[in-house]
Design a protein. Structure first.
Length: 115
């Protein structure tokens, strides 16, 4: 699979961003998808998960109520809507298949939350 993340940037606390991840080389609709993030000096962590047809999602506790994962199987794209961003959300964000990452990692997209 080829994974291309985009949509990151620098925002103030309380701001919003929408990340996108375009997936190619696999039958996208056959795979559960997740967003992960890795902050400096920390391990990569699972942030949000969505099942193949989008009927089930779950989230890491610190982002519940602020982040929303969605997918468009026709476009082979998974999204992460991030609202009420906090400085602790600063990280490189990645998408991948499953809950632990079943393919090689893309380049990620940097999200920086700072005043």
């Amino acid at each position: 699979a080829r994974l291309v993340e985009s949509g990151g940037g620098l925002v103030h606390p309380g701001g919003t961003l929408r990340l996108s991840c375009a997936v190619s080389g696999v039958t996208f609709g056959s795979f559960d998808m997740s967003w992960f993030r890795q902050a400096p000096g920390k391990e990569r962590e699972l942030v949000a998960f969505i099942a193949t047809f989008g009927g089930y999602t779950n989230y890491e506790d610190s982002v519940k109520g602020r982040f929303t994962i969605s997918r468009d199987n026709a476009k082979s794209t998974v999204y992460l809507q991030m609202n009420s961003l906090k400085p602790e959300d600063t990280a490189v964000y990645y998408c991948n298949g499953g809950r632990s990452g079943i393919w090689g990692w893309g380049q990620g997209t940097q999200v920086t939350v700072s005043s």
